[in-house]
Write a protein that binds this ligand. Structure first.
Ligand code: C5P
Length: 232
């Protein structure tokens, strides 16, 4: 898979998601389904979007004992998701189990990426509450290396970290980056942001874009702009 724009479909129902996609006009964009939509609608929403021809990043961030994650991943793989994810904090044993669970009988599997540290966690909270008294970049890169050693395909990270992750884990190791904003747009609750142009320069493989497209007056134009600035 080459560079692409993944639209974060953070809607409360399948109905609203499909209405948005109809308005978008693009036949089958790459979409992200997060916990809100998945917990509201269940597996059927993945099948519905796959039937429309969309590629699906199922962003459920699994984190449990290896056996539970392995069996759960087998279920998600069967839904036809194209990318799924886990927390790297679940350890290499858990990530390896996740990979085993994802393998389909025909030898294919979804891409598996790991969340390193959530962008909502800062260095002080990490030290005070998680008892990890190290610089954020060191922790993120170390978790990314664990994910690579476990055989994963990449990580979710800030576009600001994409370049360093590629330096340490190799160019083939995918960086999937939320926190993308147009320079003149609202940042909302995102703190560390980059524009599609900057994310491309930083080496992101996939940008995950939610509100700059979903809340735009003209979502089709906003999506087209992301594609033009990041992919072309
Ligand atoms: O609307 P916005 O562009 O901020 O959407 C970004 C999407 O990426 C949301 O679905 C959010 O949950 C997700 N995400 C994130 N930061 C992370 C991991 C996921 O913003 N570290």
């Amino acid at each position: 898979m080459g560079k692409d724009v993944i639209i974060a479909c953070d809607f409360p129902s399948a109905g609203e998601t499909l209405a948005f996609l109809d308005k978008l006009g693009a036949p089958a964009p790459f979409v992200k389904i997060g916990m809100e939509l998945f917990y509201a609608e269940g597996p059927s929403v993945v099948r519905t979007l796959k039937e429309r021809g969309c590629r699906v990043f199922l962003d459920l961030k699994l984190h449990d004992i290896p056996n539970t994650v392995k069996k759960s991943m087998a279920v998600l793989s069967g839904l036809g998701a194209d990318i799924v994810n886990v927390h790297a904090a679940g350890t290499r044993a858990m990530m390896e189990a996740a990979l085993e669970g994802l393998m389909r009988p025909d030898g294919t599997r979804p891409l598996l990426i790991a969340v390193t540290q959530l962008t909502s966690t800062d260095e002080k909270t990490m030290a005070d509450e998680l008892l990890i008294p190290r610089p954020m970049e060191e922790v993120v890169l170390s978790y990314a290396q664990n994910a690579r050693r476990a055989g994963l395909d990449g990580v979710v990270c800030s576009p600001l970290e994409a370049g360093r992750v590629h330096e340490v884990c190799g160019k083939q190791f995918l960086t999937v980056t939320p926190g993308v904003r147009f320079p003149e747009g609202e940042k909302g609750d995102q703190k560390r942001v980059m524009s599609p142009v900057e994310a491309k320069k930083a080496g992101s493989d996939y940008i995950v874009v939610g509100r700059p497209i979903t809340a735009a007056e003209d979502p089709a134009a906003a999506y087209a702009r992301c594609l033009r600035e990041f992919v072309d």
